[in-house]
Design a binder for this molecule. Structure first.
Ligand code: ADP
Ligand code: 5GP
Length: 194
C-alpha cells in the first residue's frame, strides 16, 4: 500500500472550481484542516481573517519572506500569496491531513519541499469558455481582472502533467464524488459523503 498522504494540494487555473471542490472536501472529511495562506489581497465581503486567509500588509508580507516563514510564495494578480511554514509543520506533526487551495506554481513548490507527504491534484476546466463563463457569473472580479486571470490559463494548463492526478470539473456533482473517492484512497480516510 502507498504511504498515507497528508498534504492534499488542490490547484487549477482561476475559475476552474478549486475553491468549490476544496470546500466540499473539507465538509465531507471533517478531520481535515485547511492551509490558511497569508495574502496582501484585500478581503472580499464574505471572507474572514484567520479563516480564509491571514490578510496582511505588504510590509508584513515582506517580513514573513525575510524571516523565512513561508514555504513558498507567489505574486499573483498584483498581490502576494504564501504558505506559512508554521501551519504546515504543526499539522504534519499532529498527523492531520491538510488541504491546500493554491496556484499551480505554488503546488509544484510544495511537491518539491514535501515529496513523500504531498499529493497534487489539478482541477481542469472542460474548456476555456467554461472558465470565462464561471468567472463572469461568480462576479467577484472586474472585467479587467477576469482578463488577467484568463491570460494565465495556457501556462498553467501546460504544467498539469506534473501533477499526481488531473480531474476535469465539468459536472460538479460528479467531480465532487470522484475527488472524494481519490482522497479516500490516498489518505486511507473515509468521507462522510456516502
Ligand atoms: P477557483 O477557486 O478555481 O477560482 P471557484 O471554485 O470559485 O473557482 O469556481 C468559480 C465559479 O464557478 C464559482 O462561482 C463556482 O460556483 C462555479 N463552479 C464551480 N464548479 C462548477 C461546475 N462544475 N459547473 C458550473 N459552475 C461551477
Ligand atoms: P484568490 O485571490 O482568488 O483568493 O486567489 C488567487 C490565487 O491565489 C488562487 O489561484 C489561489 O489558489 C492562489 N493562492 C492562494 N493562497 C496561495 C498560497 O499560499 N500560495 C500560492 N502560491 N498561491 C495561493
Amino acid at each position: 500500500m502507498e504511504k498515507r498522504k497528508q498534504l492534499i494540494v488542490i490547484s487549477a487555473p482561476s475559475g476552474a472550481g478549486k475553491s468549490t471542490l476544496a470546500r466540499h472536501i473539507l465538509s465531507v472529511f471533517p478531520n481535515f484542516v485547511f492551509s490558511i495562506s497569508a495574502t496582501t489581497r484585500k478581503p472580499r465581503p464574505n471572507e474572514v481573517d484567520g479563516k480564509d486567509y491571514f490578510f496582511v500588509s505588504k510590509d508584513e508580507f515582506e517580513k514573513l519572506v525575510k524571516n523565512n516563514e513561508l514555504i513558498e510564495y507567489e505574486q499573483i494578480f498584483d498581490n502576494y500569496y504564501g504558505t506559512l511554514k508554521s501551519q504546515v509543520d504543526k499539522n504534519l506533526e499532529e498527523g492531520k491531513v491538510v488541504v491546500f487551495d493554491i496556484d499551480v506554481k505554488g503546488a509544484l513548490s510544495i511537491k518539491q519541499k514535501y515529496p513523500s507527504e504531498s499529493f497534487l491534484i489539478f482541477i481542469a476546466p472542460p474548456s476555456i469558455d467554461a472558465i470565462k463563463e464561471r468567472l463572469v457569473k461568480r462576479g467577484t472580479e472586474t472585467t479587467d481582472d477576469i482578463e488577467i486571470r484568463l491570460s494565465r490559463i495556457n501556462t498553467e494548463m501546460e504544467l498539469k502533467d506534473r501533477f499526481d492526478f488531473v480531474l476535469i470539473n465539468d459536472d460538479l456533482e460528479k467531480a465532487k464524488e470522484e475527488l472524494a473517492k481519490k482522497i479516500t484512497e490516498i489518505t486511507n480516510t473515509m468521507s462522510n459523503s456516502g
